[in-house]
Design a protein around this ligand. Structure first.
Ligand SMILES: Nc1ncnc2c1ncn2[C@@H]1O[C@H](COP(=O)(O)OP(=O)(O)O)[C@@H](O)[C@H]1O
Ligand SMILES: [Mg+2]
Length: 292
C-alpha cells in the first residue's frame, strides 16, 4: 500500500483493529487475532454464536475493555490512550442487550444528564442537548425509566448515546430482550441512523436482523472467519451453514424457489421485496402474477 493510499484509508476509517487479542483474568481467551477495518458511515454486522467473542469485541471498540495485545482505534483514537478517553466517549457509544443495565437514575433526563456531565459539559449545553434529542427521538413524554417498556428503555438508551454526539454506535444484541414491536421499533431506528451517516456496528446471533447491513462478518471462537457484502448473501448461504448459523428466513424461501426454477429476484431482503418480486414475475413463469 502506498503512503497516499494508507492516508486515504486513515481518513475513511472509523474503526481499525489490528492483531487484537484479549483474555479474561480467568485466563479464558475471548479474542485471538482480530483484524478489522470499518469505514465511516458503514453498517457492519458481527454475527456469531454465544461465546464467540462478540460482546468482548463490542466492549473493546467502546473502550470498556483494553486489548491485551494488538490495537483498536476509533476515528484515529487508540482505545488504550487514557489521555483521549473523553474524546473516545464522545466518538463511540455502546447500546447493550439489556437496557436496564444502563439505567442509573429513575428519571430518563437525569440518566442522560449524568453521562453528559461526565463528558465535562456545562448545564446549559446538557439541557439543550437532552431537549433536542428527546424531541428527535420522540421521547419527550418519557419521564420515569422504570415505567417504560423494554423497547422504550432501549429507545432512551439510544437517545443517551445520541446526546453524547457519538458518530459510531456499537449495538450489542440490542433487540434480544424486546417484544416484536420493540424489536421492529429499534431496528427501524438503527437503519435510520445508518441512513443519516452514523457508523453502525451491530452484534447479533440472529442474521435475519442484519440483512440491511453493508457487510456481515462471522466471528467464531474469537476470530473473524468469514465476511461478505450485502449483495453476496446468496453466494454465502453454504458458509453460513458451515458455521451452523441459521439461514435467514427470506433467503431460505428464495433458495427454495430458485430450486423450483422460479426466476425470483434474489436481492429481496424483506417480505415486501419478496412479495413484489413474486407478483411482478411474468405470467409465463407460473401462476404468480397477481390478479389486478
Ligand atoms: N467476565 C468474563 N470473565 C471470564 N470469561 C468471560 C467473561 N465474559 C465472557 N467470557 C468468556 O469469553 C468468551 C467470549 O464471550 P463474549 O464476548 O461474551 O461472547 P458472545 O458475546 O459472543 O456471547 C466466552 O467463552 C465467555 O465465556
Ligand atoms: Mg454477548
Amino acid at each position: 500500500m502506498t503512503v497516499r493510499q494508507s492516508r486515504i484509508d486513515g481518513i475513511r476509517a472509523m474503526i481499525t483493529v489490528s492483531d487484537l487479542h484479549f483474555a479474561y483474568p480467568s485466563g479464558k481467551s475471548a479474542l485471538s487475532g482480530i483484524d478489522l477495518h470499518i469505514e465511516k458511515g458503514e453498517f457492519a454486522a458481527i454475527v456469531g454464536h454465544n461465546g464467540s467473542g462478540k460482546s468482548t469485541l463490542a466492549r473493546i471498540i467502546a473502550g470498556i475493555e483494553k486489548p491485551a495485545r494488538g490495537s483498536c482505534a476509533v476515528n484515529g483514537i487508540d482505545t488504550r490512550d487514557k489521555s483521549r478517553f473523553i474524546e473516545l466517549r464522545k466518538t463511540a457509544g455502546i447500546v447493550f442487550q439489556n437496557p436496564e443495565n444502563q439505567i442509573v437514575f429513575e428519571k430518563v433526563h437525569d440518566d442522560m444528564a449524568f453521562a453528559l456531565r461526565n463528558l465535562g459539559l456545562e448545564q446549559d449545553e446538557i439541557d439543550r442537548r437532552i431537549g433536542e434529542v428527546m424531541k428527535t427521538m420522540n421521547i419527550e413524554h418519557f419521564t420515569n425509566s422504570f415505567e417504560l417498556s423494554m423497547g422504550q428503555k432501549q429507545r432512551a438508551a439510544i437517545a443517551g448515546v445520541l446526546a453524547m454526539q457519538c458518530r459510531c454506535i456499537v449495538f450489542d444484541e440490542p433487540t434480544a430482550m424486546l417484544d416484536p414491536k420493540g424489536k421492529k421499533d429499534i431496528h427501524g431506528i438503527i437503519v435510520d441512523l445508518h441512513k443519516k451517516g452514523f457508523t453502525i456496528v451491530y452484534v447479533t446471533n440472529v442474521i435475519d436482523e442484519v440483512l440491511s447491513a453493508d457487510r456481515i462478518l462471522i466471528l467464531d471462537s474469537g476470530r473473524i472467519r468469514h465476511e461478505f457484502k450485502r449483495g453476496e448473501l446468496l453466494e454465502n448461504v453454504e458458509a453460513l451453514k458451515s458455521f451452523s448459523l441459521e439461514m435467514p428466513l427470506i433467503m431460505d424461501i428464495i433458495v427454495r424457489l430458485k430450486d423450483r426454477n422460479v426466476n425470483i429476484d434474489t436481492s429481496a431482503r424483506t417480505v415486501d421485496d419478496l412479495v413484489n418480486s413474486l407478483i411482478n414475475l411474468p405470467a409465463a413463469n407460473g401462476h404468480y402474477k397477481a390478479a389486478r
